[in-house]
Design a binder for this molecule. Structure first.
Ligand code: ATP
Length: 235
């Protein structure tokens, strides 16, 4: 059984159908990348999995039907999303942003250990722990958003376009960090327009076009697929 199983997911915005019965799965331990153009439905998929918007279809996580659960309960089960555009609290300190990621946890001694783990992974955040998050660069805010998500100790992390708006050097750092998070034991579903880098770090990939999965395969096969090359990898 897969860790995350999405079957026949449909999402409407008013009369507009944004997802057309989408099916996808993520196995424990994998990085799975979902690539697709602007407006293909990537954010819609992640926000509907997290139950932030209504959908029809089945979603199960760790063998449990989560399609009727509240977002907070899904987070407590072990699935957390890093939203597009990071959404850190700009007038709050770096450390308080991180602690907000753990606020529903009762195991405070373990929270302290996880804070240390996040600072070990992102030394820059430790240096800036007392600064307001709004004073961080875009790359640092992305690190903060990922660190905050890790503070909920997720088994599965959903990442929505983490490389968006970052310089090429920072993009490389963000993808290295994603690999590192995965190697430390967190399963990852990564949504990206940067298809090349996203497929390079993934085990498997899906291609989404106008709300439908058009292709799914091992990531290295997708990287060498002529159709994928032409449409998503710059020929
Ligand atoms: P992007 O990279 O721009 O975030 P995406 O692949 O994540 O693109 P979505 O944001 O999921 O795509 O959008 C899928 C479709 O649903 C698009 O046609 C978009 O215009 C539409 N859409 C998204 N959000 C809404 C909304 N709140 N109301 C109406 N239509 C929406």
């Amino acid at each position: 059984m897969a860790m995350l199983e999405v079957k026949n997911l449909e999402v409407y915005y008013g009369k507009i159908k944004a997802l057309h019965g989408l099916t996808l799965s993520v196995e424990e331990g994998e990085i799975v990348s979902l690539i697709g153009a602007n407006g293909a439905g990537k954010t819609t998929l992640l926000t509907s999995i997290m139950k932030q918007i209504p959908s029809v279809g089945s979603i199960s996580f760790m063998g449990q039907d989560i399609s009727k659960m509240a977002t907070m309960d899904i987070v407590n089960l072990g699935m957390t999303m890093v939203p597009e555009g990071r959404r850190v609290f700009v007038r709050t300190s770096v450390e308080d942003n991180l602690l907000l990621g753990s606020y529903s946890r009762k195991d405070k001694a373990e929270v302290k250990k996880d804070l240390q783990m996040v600072y070990d992974m992102f030394p820059r955040l430790l240096e800036r722990r007392k600064q307001l998050a709004g004073t961080l660069s875009g790359g640092e805010q992305q690190m903060l958003a990922m660190g905050r998500a890790l503070m909920s100790r997720p088994k599965l992390l959903l990442l929505d376009e983490p490389s968006m708006g970052l310089s090429p050097k920072l993009v490389g750092q963000v993808f290295d960090t994603i690999k590192q998070i995965n190697q430390a034991g967190t399963t990852i579903l990564l949504v990206e327009q940067n298809a090349n880098q996203a497929l390079k770090i993934a085990k498997r990939g899906y291609v989404i076009e106008t709300g439908e999965i058009m292709l799914s395969d091992d990531a290295n096969k997708l990287l060498n697929d002529p159709k994928v090359k032409e449409a998503y990898l710059g020929g």
